[in-house]
Design a protein. Structure first.
Lengths: 115, 154
């Protein structure tokens, strides 16, 4: 798993709807800056700026193809974030599983009192 | 029954839902009575809550302190804003890690669902950056918002 500093950068990078949309597009396959800019009403330099944030966060990488620099998802970064989220989710689920037990014992106690 | 959902909503919300086999009154009490909270709101295996203060009245204080028994720990403070027994709770909370995080405004609903309860926790953070930081550093018992899956990427 990547360091927490990288995860901070990754989550911060995702706190922007345009960058999330860029990632969603790249999930379908690699694309050039021009292709990525097409669906948005913003300039290519603005898209490049968003891509830089995503690259610095370890979520996107570029490939050299002649004069083109197609971008694609950086699997390790995306997976590190996903693993982290899965871990946090598990901790919350663990708490709620414990709450199930607490509720069951409350119910039992209540039935005991009625008797 | 135990299936939990966790989603981000807009730029500043996180919404968690979970079903419980007990009626809303019991689930509500388990969230407000400190003796009960202390038994379950513990996160990962091995953590305990040596201090649990909960004053379920408007303006009432909340203070939860966690410890892993090996010297590591952190705490949360908050205040109750609105209480509608046994259907709705509104409170604010912040973590001390030890730096204090921005206020998380939390509305918890307890809706009858057959003989059980559907609980919906709706958190509101001040801005998208704060929500991102919260998700990246974790919360009292862990949080998930798979932005990635939300956007249908994986």
């Amino acid at each position: 798993m990547a360091g927490v500093a990288n995860l901070d950068a990754a989550f911060s990078a995702l706190a922007d709807p345009t960058r999330r949309a860029i990632l969603a597009r790249l999930a379908k396959g690699e694309a050039t800056v021009m292709e990525l800019a097409a669906p948005f009403e913003i300039t290519q330099p603005a898209i490049s700026q968003h891509l830089k944030v995503l690259e610095d966060a370890g979520l996107v990488m570029r490939r050299v193809d002649g004069t083109k620099r197609p971008r694609r998802l950086a699997k390790p970064g995306v997976e590190a974030m996903d693993q982290w989220l899965a871990m946090l989710r598990k901790a919350l689920e663990k708490s709620y599983d414990r709450l199930d037990e607490v509720l069951a014992s409350m119910e039992k106690q209540k039935r005991g009192e009625k008797r | 029954m135990s299936k939990m959902t966790l989603q981000t909503e807009g730029d500043t919300h996180v919404v968690v839902t979970r079903r419980f086999a007990a009626p809303p009154e019991a689930v509500y009490r388990a969230h407000t009575d400190p003796k009960l909270v202390q038994k379950w709101m513990l996160g990962p295996e091995g953590w305990t809550m040596p201090v649990c203060i909960s004053e379920p009245k408007p303006g009432g204080k909340i203070r939860y302190e966690w410890s892993n028994g090996k010297g590591a720990g952190f705490h949360l403070t908050g205040e109750y804003l609105e209480l509608e027994p046994y259907s709705r709770l509104v409170h604010v909370e912040r973590m001390h890690l030890p730096d204090t995080t921005p206020d998380n405004h939390v509305e918890t609903r307890f809706d009858a669902d057959g003989t059980g309860t559907l609980m919906t926790v709706r958190m509101t953070l001040p801005d998208a950056q704060t929500r991102a930081a919260m998700l990246a550093t974790g919360m009292e018992s862990g949080m998930e918002a798979s932005y990635v899956r939300l956007e249908g990427m994986i």
